[in-house]
Design a protein around this ligand. Structure first.
Ligand SMILES: *Cc1c(COP(=O)(O)O)cnc(C)c1O
Ligand code: SF4
Length: 339
């Protein structure tokens, strides 16, 4: 059964109106409901009984962009639990990118020169099946629970840190008042000239880019970079375009990172359309990531040779500034590594 909190309105396509918190709470979490919304109820027998400890979660605003009746929909495949997740694949581990080793203070990851990453929130509005987050012990690591202080002390102790990256989880899962607390703490750190936000919320829940968030961003004295996460052109609709417009008006540079995912975007047409759709809403492609080898995600992996071939095709089709950098994260390396 489809339920909604008071005040929310469900359209036949499954989209919801209401503020972002309400939409967050109204996310689809039942795989049977998701399939029913997409006229795919006949597939329910193929769902894994256990979803491997990482529940389905997808906002209705994102569901509304899926194609009803299409079991291979590239948006659906990113969120629907599959039996293949339960298979053990060699080399696919719990901490694929060495996050636990890079921890320098509670909620702070420092891997690369000049920039430190703050796990500002353990929550996401969407659960992406290929994500390393499915195993990370966020409950203990997140900096949100009043631990700004320690993170900021760490930044202060290292004058080479000029950029702070807010990540997670999704940092924009935090209330804007919490973000204000953090930015107030940055006032005593003049060497931090750039604030970068890694977020999927403007894509999966565009209502998050509300007036309060825009006001917060506009008032920040640091240079602002927002790195979105879009894997397929069909994730971008009018509401995402509007969210991007507001972010740009607030003075943010908009970049995108995508993950190369088998059956989702591992063909030259999808990747070309992605770059063009991003640029149409003012976003430049930044990284195309080879999958982190996390347990349960092996069925998404794309072979390196195929990946390099795709990149070659992109170079033949797109202006250079729309070709993303194809990289892999290797634990212990001094940067993301080009393939
Ligand atoms: C990916 C990552 C960054 C950002 O790397 P860039 O190449 O600057 O985009 C920074 N810190 C950590 C811990 C990361 O994993
Ligand atoms: S951290 Fe990003 S990729 Fe992982 S579940 Fe959250 S939104 Fe998806």
């Amino acid at each position: 059964m489809i339920t909604a909190s008071p005040g929310a309105r469900i359209t036949p396509a499954g989209a919801v109106t209401g503020d972002w918190r309400q939409q967050w709470r109204d996310a689809v979490t039942d795989p049977l409901e998701l399939l029913a919304l997409l006229d795919l109820g006949h597939l329910s027998g193929a769902l894994p009984e256990a979803d491997a400890g990482f529940a389905l979660r997808v906002p209705r605003a994102f569901v509304a962009r899926m194609q009803p009746g299409d079991a291979r929909d590239p948006l659906l495949l990113q969120v629907l639990p599959q039996l293949a997740e339960l298979e053990q694949a060699e080399g696919f581990v719990v901490d694929a990118v060495g996050d636990l080793a890079a921890r320098e203070a509670q909620g702070v990851l420092h891997k690369y020169h000049g920039r430190a990453l703050l796990i500002a929130s353990g929550s996401c509005a969407i659960n992406c099946r290929y994500c390393f987050r499915r195993h990370f012990p966020y409950g203990e690591e997140m900096a949100a629970a009043g631990h700004w202080r320690r993170a900021l002390d760490h930044l202060r102790s290292d004058p080479s840190l000029t950029e702070l990256i807010l990540s997670g989880g999704d940092p924009l899962a935090l209330a804007t008042a919490k973000l204000e607390e953090l930015s107030a703490g940055l006032a005593g750190l003049p060497q931090v000239t750039r604030l970068r936000i890694h977020t999927r919320l403007p894509v999966v829940l565009p209502a998050r880019v509300d007036g309060a968030l825009v006001d917060w961003l506009t008032a920040l004295p640091q240079q602002k970079v927002v790195v979105l996460h879009v894997n397929h052109a069909r994730e971008i609709d009018g509401s995402v375009a509007e969210a991007c417009r507001r972010l740009r008006e607030a003075g943010c540079t908009l970049l995108n990172q995508a993950v190369l995912l088998r059956d989702v975007n591992d063909d030259a047409v999808s990747l070309t359309e992605l770059s063009e759709a991003l640029f149409a809403v003012g976003v430049l492609p930044y990284y195309l990531h080879q999958l982190d080898r996390v347990q349960g995600a092996a069925h998404f992996e794309v072979d390196d040779q195929l990946a390099l071939g795709l990149l070659e095709q992109l170079r033949g089709r797109l202006p250079g500034y729309l070709v993303p950098r194809l990289v892999r994260e290797v634990a212990g390396a001094p940067s993301k590594l080009p393939l």
